[in-house]
Write a protein that binds this ligand. Structure first.
Ligand code: AMP
Ligand code: MG
Length: 406
């Protein structure tokens, strides 16, 4: 049986980066940047005040103290948005609002709450500000031509806000891989139907498209078929223009399992079975120009195999770096495990009182138990050859990537 890393390497080798498209910023959340972005402007574009206060020549306030305050005249108010701001003469201060342009000559702003003023318009200062205090200089956040975002970055709200602040109205993003997903099983009924005896609700058809969309895919086709290689082949042969085709269920050794015969007929099998738990029966291959994954039907196995194997394919198509954050922790409890397969135990990884990271499994790890996903934020990975772990053993913790399984 293939090891996880070898399977992923093979999958990556079979997937190529897709093209790109221009989308308005408001529709670019979660999309993948297809090209580096440099700043076309200085940000901020003009020197301005960081607080409501008084723009001053700091030298004018040398020697000011609570015991011996310095009093200066203020005859000018500068508001945010004001266009024509006169230079500040020495010996004068100007009332200034947050974000208002700093007058030429002023080298600091004293917050209004640190001052007092009298009815004659004189302002009392009780200390000398440092040069540059509460001043936001042009370009202090970003200089023109400075690198801002790099290709492969997933766009978050703050990234889009920065692009908007710099005058961009759209972003060049990777085209989303078009995905088709087909669930299988005679016993599987739509999730909004009451199952009859021996039937189960199709939780995969509900949830897996959501997970795939969160991982960057455009799930453009979904359906359910019975355990029939003929019916499955019928659907598969109608699919056009997909980058990834997924089936769920029917890929084990069961007599009814329809996936392998259908792919043998219509496509190519690259590998079948990986030394991993959950997810052993995973099948990978191709169907015309699309990469093909036959995922196991247990909902936990389907979720984990999407995360471990489909996601790297999507990442490669999107030009994303991807990859989980791996850290070392400690097993909080013993976990039985089979040394022949790498086990991806769903865990809650949290620091204990002493600060060391504890991996606590989420209960019986049977892949039939969907509750093992609840509350989990990481895998505790038990590599091939290790077998059962004991409380206190070193744990390899791989955090879920944000926005997908957690
Ligand atoms: P299979 O991989 O087809 O052998 O299915 C393994 C287990 O997952 C069986 O208990 C199925 O009933 C269950 N299962 C398969 N497909 C689904 C689905 N779409 N939704 C919920 N459970 C499923
Ligand atoms: Mg089945």
């Amino acid at each position: 049986m293939l090891h996880v890393a070898d399977a992923i390497e093979l999958i990556r080798a079979r997937t190529a980066r897709l093209g790109c498209e221009e989308v308005p910023l408001a529709h670019a959340l979660g999309r993948t940047l297809a090209a580096d972005v440099a700043s076309a402007e200085d940000l901020p574009a003009f020197d301005n005040s960081a607080v409501d206060g008084y723009a001053v020549h700091s030298i004018d306030l040398a020697g000011a103290s609570p015991e011996v305050p310095t009093t200066l005249p203020c005859e000018v108010t500068i508001s945010a948005g004001q266009a024509d701001v006169a230079p500040l003469p020495p010996g004068r201060v100007a009332r200034i609002g947050t974000g208002a342009p700093l007058p030429v000559g002023a080298d600091a702003v004293v917050p209004v709450e640190c001052t007092a003023h009298d009815e004659t318009g004189q302002v009392m200062f009780v200390g000398q500000p440092a040069v540059g205090a509460n001043r936001r200089l042009r370009g202090c956040d970003l200089h023109r031509d400075a690198p801002v975002l790099t290709q492969g970055a997933v766009l978050h709200a703050a990234d889009l806000m920065l692009l908007a602040a710099l005058g961009r109205t759209s972003a060049t993003v990777a085209c989303r891989p078009r995905v088709a997903l087909i669930t299988t099983g005679d016993e599987v009924v739509p999730h909004d139907q009451q199952p009859g005896p021996g039937q189960v609700r199709d939780s995969n058809l509900l949830g897996l498209p959501l997970v795939l969309e969160q991982a960057g895919a455009d799930v453009a086709f979904t359906c359910h078929v019975a355990d029939s290689a003929g019916e499955l082949a019928g659907v598969l042969s109608t699919l056009q223009g997909f980058d990834v085709v997924l089936t769920v269920g029917g890929v084990s050794m069961g007599e009814a399992d329809a996936v392998r015969p259908a792919i043998d007929r219509l496509g190519r099998v690259e590998f079948w079975r990986v030394a991993v738990k959950p997810g052993k029966p995973l099948l990978f291959g191709s169907l015309g120009p699309a990469v093909f994954f036959g995922l196991p039907g247990n909902p936990v196995s389907a979720l984990v195999t999407i995360d471990l194997f489909v996601r790297p394919a999507l990442d490669a198509m999107l030009g994303r770096l991807g990859g989980r954050r791996v850290v070392t922790g400690v097993w909080a409890e013993a976990v039985p495990s089979d040394a022949k397969r790498a086990e991806y135990v769903r865990v809650v990884a949290e620091p204990d009182e002493s600060g060391s990271l504890l991996a606590r499994h989420t209960g019986n790890q049977s892949s039939g138990r969907l509750t093992t996903m609840l509350g989990a934020n990481a895998y505790g990975v038990i590599p091939v050859g290790v077998g059962a772990v004991a409380r206190g053993d070193v744990a390899q913790i791989e955090f879920f990537e944000p926005g997908v399984l957690a």
